[in-house]
Ligand binder design. Structure first.
Ligand code: ASP
Ligand code: MG
Length: 405
């Protein structure tokens, strides 16, 4: 069986962890599997490197920052191979570039265009274990690129897709995907399986276990992903294609996200082209706008609210204030103390009343809903940040996510 195993930073944080991981890989290899390993930088190495860059430069140059950050994964991949070689295994490390991971040219958040993987295949054919540095590649312009924070997951899934691996195992410091963040909800349960679509919604709304892009890749290429712990090695959560023969849980999980801010533009003229002007200007500044709500208009005017990542708020406000003046809106306000709670479940499609129930639960807790957005398998509400814990707990209990189905 061909297996891709990805180890996150906490899994290889120190020499003891690296040896424990090496032993696990060697075991899988000894059982007759072909094993390709993708590894992240040790512990908080990437954070340290980012800090170092900002210590020497106001605005680190994209190409050089990527060159620096990819060093983290070089360290862990070489150490992991040394440990395995001592255990008698032919282990060979490769940078993203050596492994033939070709990306576009966007430094800091490059997209993988192609995985050549020749040297990985050669190593496997020679009976060895290939260890690939996560989160990096080489651009079509021959520059070293990184895929964005948490990008090693994406490297692993992309390699698994390219090699046609049976499974992509993502080893981390939690034992799987839970029905809610266990730090907020102690009764949260580990899910045995979750569909690609559900995982995509969870990853996009604050579920921190898998990087969003890795789930997109897994879904596009139908790569089964097994999220599990490198501390206990117990079976974790399978992220797989939805099985139409299996009954779907109505709700699979509650996620929350405290990284957004809300912007409101008051008294916008209600005529064609106004929203287009505003959101075109934001898009041109590469501000990622998420939920958008336009109110019913009174006397030819309306309010428009939307959310942006809190880190982008200043940039967004500069754009919005300029356009607001041009379209003669009366004012721009913002709120950083908001959070988003979301319920996700494939069974929502066939069960009416889920939204009503969610709103009733929040009302019973005295939580005011400021914005709502939905997809066919997700409902999100923006609420005051101070209410997020009680909202998540109440929703988790009301939808009986603590009960084994
Ligand atoms: N080391 C990188 C980061 O910390 C990539 C990863 O961990 O997936 O973001
Ligand atoms: Mg990481």
């Amino acid at each position: 069986m061909l297996i891709v195993q990805k180890y996150g930073g906490s899994s290889v944080a120190d020499p003891d962890r690296i040896r424990a991981v090496a032993e696990h890989i060697v075991r899988a290899h000894a059982h007759g599997n072909q094993v390709v390993v993708v590894v992240s930088a040790m512990g908080k190495t990437t954070d340290d490197l980012v800090r170092l860059a900002h210590d020497v430069s106001q605005q680190p140059h994209g190409r050089e920052l990527d060159m620096l950050l990819t060093a983290g994964e070089r360290i862990s991949m070489a150490l992991l191979c040394m440990a395995m070689i001592d255990m008698g295994v032919h282990a060979v490390s490769f940078t993203g570039s050596q492994a033939g991971i070709v990306t576009d040219t966007v430094h800091g958040k490059a997209r993988i265009l192609e995985v050549k993987g020749d040297r990985i295949r050669e190593t496997l054919a020679a009976g060895g274990v290939a260890v690939v540095a996560g989160f990096q590649g080489i651009s079509t312009d021959k520059a070293i690129t990184t895929l964005g924070r948490g990008g090693s997951d994406t490297t692993a899934v992309a390699i698994a897709a390219a090699l046609g691996a049976e499974v992509c195992e993502i080893y981390t410091d939690v034992s799987g995907v839970f029905t809610a963040d266990p730090r907020l909800v102690p009764e949260a349960r580990k899910l045995a399986r979750v569909s690609f679509d559900e995982m995509l919604e969870m990853a996009a709304t604050g579920g921190r276990v898998l990087a969003l892009r890795s789930v997109e890749f897994a879904r596009s290429y139908n790569v089964p992903v097994h999220v599990r712990s490198s501390f206990t090695w117990e079976p974790g959560t399978w992220v797989v294609e939805e099985d139409p023969a299996m009954e779907q849980a109505v709700i699979s999980g509650v996620t929350h996200d405290e990284s957004d801010a809300k912007v409101t533009i008051a008294q916008v003229a209600d005529r064609p082209g106004v929203a287009a002007a505003m959101f075109r200007a934001l898009a041109d500044e590469a501000v990622n706008v998420d939920m958008i709500v336009q109110n019913v208009s009174t006397a030819g005017h309306t309010d428009i609210s939307f959310t942006v990542p809190r880190d982008d708020l200043r940039r967004a406000l500069t754009v919005v204030e300029k356009v607001a003046a041009e379209i003669e809106a009366t004012g721009v306000t913002y709120d950083e103390d908001v959070a988003r709670v979301t319920i996700v479940g494939a069974g929502m499609k066939t069960n009416p009343g889920i939204a009503a129930k969610m709103f009733e639960v929040l009302a019973a807790e005295g939580v005011n809903i400021e914005m709502i957005s939905t997809s066919s398998i997700r409902i999100s509400c923006v609420i005051p940040q101070s209410d997020v814990e009680k909202a998540v707990r109440a929703l988790h209990a009301a939808f009986e996510l603590d009960q084994v189905v």
